[in-house]
Design a protein around this ligand. Structure first.
Ligand SMILES: [Zn+2]
Length: 404
């Protein structure tokens, strides 16, 4: 079962009753967390047995289903706490400050046509939440193959979980192999006897990382006298950085998947799990792996949702091997891969050819095959470049750029 959370903003302020419900919910979560810690239990049912009666006495009218899902939230808070404690990370007794509540799908009603949520508060008291519905939201609301999952209510927005069974992956007619780099995805697209170079560029991601890193460093220096303020501002910088990078990675993933879907391609990616950044500290940060891992996550998730086959292969030696004669080179310097046998190609595209050959040799590319000799050196298809984005990164180095 695949789940996708879709954020809806509210048309007006949260009604008073709903706000008090959020407060009660938070109270129930925090009470259950404390009770669970004392009794050393983390499961929803155990917490329910433990805390239900007491809380019921204090809040006799709260809708029972909400109370049960408060215990569920408390359970996951406790599990996180235990995990951190086991790892030896010092972790304070968890306390939920944020106003939120979660309702299971039996505990609310969403009219998918009008976008109105009917949320029961207690017996005889319901509130209506009007959602702001855009075209993007319509896609999910109108698709009746999607069922509704849980609802998360926050003071200014709600998150509706849409669920569906994973669609069957199609049998591919072609294949896209991609080498993931700091600033781009580079690869080959193979259809029948023809192989072409493809590229999706995201140079801004590295620029954004650099800029936010510099800003954090500056904040730390400027606010060195107050660690509380410094850490708060740095946290905010970090959240902004994540937002902005996320937005761009989603766009890159969307254009790759759109192309794959049109051509009925399988996608070959390198398995980044074993990759560790270099030891040098400066280089370490610049080559931080998370945008690349995140991009893979997004591509894999979206591909699953749309039934596009994705194959991951071990990238070892992929940047140093010659796909024609199989020689492995000692170093991998230079933008171009040159082999003694006469093969020359862009280093990144060469790597993607090796990834593809690994996938084919392991039978993971669905019976497709590829002859490196058929590679058309003079053709380059651009799947994505920053100019295609709704907004691009300004060139100036100063000034705060808004959150995207
Ligand atoms: Zn060679």
């Amino acid at each position: 079962m695949l789940v996708k959370g879709v954020v809806f903003y509210l048309d007006s302020d949260l009604p008073f009753e709903a706000r008090s419900l959020l407060e009660d919910f938070r109270l129930a979560v925090n009470n259950a967390v404390r009770a669970g810690l004392q009794a050393r239990v983390t499961s929803r049912n155990a917490l329910c047995r433990l805390a239900y009666k007491d809380f019921r006495q204090e809040h006799p009218r709260m809708y029972a289903q909400h109370l049960v899902s408060a215990f569920e939230v408390a359970g996951s808070v406790l599990k996180n706490h235990c995990r951190r404690a086991r790892k030896g990370v010092t972790s304070r007794i968890p306390f939920t400050k944020r106003l939120m509540m979660k309702a299971e799908n039996q505990a609310y009603k969403l009219d998918r046509r009008s976008g109105i949520i009917d949320l029961p508060i207690r017996a005889g008291c319901h509130v209506e939440l009007r959602l702001i519905v855009s075209q993007y939201h319509r896609k999910y609301l109108d698709d009746m193959t999607l069922s509704l999952g849980s609802l998360t209510v926050l003071p200014d927005r709600v998150i509706v979980a849409f669920r569906k069974d994973a669609p069957k992956r199609y049998a591919p007619d072609s294949v896209i192999s991609l080498d993931t780099n700091e600033r781009s995805l580079d690869g080959v697209f193979v259809e029948g006897d023809v192989a072409k170079a493809i590229k999706a560029e995201f140079p801004e991601v590295a620029i954004i990382q650099q800029r936010h890193h510099d800003r954090r460093r500056m904040l730390q220096k400027k606010k060195a006298h107050d660690r509380r303020i410094s850490s708060r501002l740095c946290k905010r910088e970090g959240a902004r950085e994540h937002h902005r990078i996320d937005y761009r990675l989603h766009q890159v993933a969307n254009s790759v998947l759109k192309f794959a879907e049109e051509k009925k391609s399988a996608i070959v990616l390198e398995d980044l799990r074993g990759m560790r950044p270099k030891r040098n500290k400066e280089l370490n940060r610049r080559l931080s792996m998370w945008p690349r891992r995140k991009l893979h996550q997004i591509i894999e998730y979206k591909a699953q949702w749309r039934g596009i086959p994705v194959v991951k292969v071990d990238p070892r030696y992929s940047s140093r091997t010659c796909p024609i004669c199989g020689r492995i080179q000692g170093s991998r310097m230079g933008a171009e891969f040159k082999c003694e046998c006469g093969w020359r190609l862009d280093r990144h595209i060469n790597a993607s050819i090796n990834l593809l050959q690994t996938a084919i040799s392991k039978g993971m590319a669905g019976g497709l095959w590829f002859n490196p000799g058929a590679f058309q050196h003079d053709v380059m298809m651009i799947l994505y470049e920053p100019a295609m984005a709704a907004r691009s990164e300004p060139n100036g180095t100063s000034g705060i750029v808004g959150v995207t």
